[in-house]
Design a binder for this molecule. Structure first.
Ligand code: FMN
Length: 369
């Protein structure tokens, strides 16, 4: 039988997240949908797609490149580094707000996950260490190349790209930005003691490996204010060919350094059974959003219990929101959920993007007794 929330469920209660009051504690996790235009302007359908999901407490956008160099892990992913990008994101923010939603834009640099056949550029990374992974290029899967190690003075430019992208996101009307330091992309690569073999002050010790993410958070907070900044991390996550021997050290250094900045939230993508979850929770007593890996995406009973115990402030769910624009209504009514269709996750066009049915489209059939 479908899961049904009590109306006094913890996850249905509003929560103050930095400057944003979220109407509930079920956030939409960031989901790349590969439907952007050739110049990295978000899809013309993006406003509709996100507005359909405005009942999420906060929507976190798909990963969005902070510069042309930052893009290129997948085809047709958006950016926020030109006026045209900014105008298109404004249309998205306006549509979400008109539907009474709240939205943060996820800011991204792909680092060694980029492929020249996609970006037209040689990817950059902390060190010349390739991810053991294939990119989906226009000609099919190809191994990721060995990236070029960033020179120390270039790193300040990357920090500045995040700062300027955050300014554009806020100027476009977004409620905040989420800095993507997870899932094997550039900032995560710096945190890792495997991908990062640097000998300057961005590599080696835990504090050094944490330095780039910390500098990005500091710059973005300085630009738009801590109440509008979230940070996503995924310690130990092997997504994107990532590996870390020391799973905790760099995160401890990072969280200790940024704690005084008063950011809106920490977004942790991890299995709740992973001992690192407890370690991070102890290090971060402030607002914590959990994207619970390994919990079936439909197990809202488990997610509710984390909120009830106070282990998390909110949860972020990905595929369940992708397939159920009216997820919150369905959880309140105890309705069955649509199944996500992986074949259209990264396809083009409206199918599997803006055409998942709501309960209004399929009346009376799916509601529990
Ligand atoms: C289609 C798809 C696209 C994703 N894109 C992103 C992304 O752009 N940024 C990110 O941080 N995580 C991304 N993820 C990871 C999700 O945010 C989330 O961690 C993952 O789907 C597990 O949560 P779930 O079980 O609720 O779906 C993506 C996942 C999927 C399935």
């Amino acid at each position: 039988m479908a899961f049904r929330f009590d109306l006094d469920a913890s996850l249905l209660k509003p929560v103050q997240v930095g400057d944003t009051l979220a109407a509930n504690r079920i956030f939409m996790a960031p989901l790349t949908r590969s439907r952007a235009q050739r110049d990295a302007t978000p899809s013309e359908l993006a406003a509709r797609y996100y507005a359909q999901r405005a009942a999420a407490g906060i929507i976190v956008s798909e990963a969005t490149a902070v510069s042309a160099d930052a893009n290129g892990a997948y085809l047709n992913t958006p950016g926020i580094y030109t006026d045209r990008h900014q105008d298109a994101w404004r249309a998205v923010a306006d549509a979400v707000h008109a539907a009474r939603g709240r939205m943060f834009l996820q800011l991204w640099h792909v680092g060694r996950m980029g492929h020249p056949d996609i970006s037209g550029r040689v990817p950059v990374a902390p060190s010349a260490v390739a991810a053991d992974l294939a990119a989906r290029t226009p000609e099919g899967p190809k191994p990721l190349p060995v990236p070029r190690a960033l020179r120390t003075p270039e790193i300040a430019t990357i920090v500045d790209d995040f700062r300027r992208a955050a300014r554009r996101a806020i100027d476009a009307g977004m409620d905040g930005v989420e800095i993507h330091s997870a899932n094997g992309y550039l900032l995560h690569q710096f945190l890792s003691d495997v991908a990062n073999r640097r000998t300057d002050h961005y590599g080696g010790s835990a504090a050094n490996r944490a330095r780039l993410t910390a500098e990005v958070v500091e710059a973005v907070v300085d630009e738009v204010g801590g109440g509008r900044v979230g940070l996503r991390i995924s310690p130990g996550n092997t997504a994107g060919g990532m590996s870390e021997i020391d799973e905790v050290g760099a995160y401890e250094a990072l969280l200790n350094r940024i704690a005084p900045l008063g950011i809106a939230y920490l977004h942790l993508s991890i299995a709740p059974t992973d001992p690192t979850f407890g370690v991070i929770r102890a290090l971060w007593p402030d607002t914590l959003v959990l994207n619970a890996l390994g919990v079936a995406e439909t197990d809202f009973c488990a997610l509710e219990s984390f909120a009830e115990w106070g282990a998390v402030s909110a949860v972020a769910v990905g595929r369940a929101f992708l397939a159920n624009p009216d997820l919150i209504d369905r959880l309140i009514l105890g309705a069955d959920l649509n199944e996500p269709d992986p074949a259209t996750f990264y396809a083009s066009g409206p199918a599997g993007y803006v055409d998942y049915p709501t309960l209004a489209d399929i009346p009376s059939r799916a509601v529990a007794n």
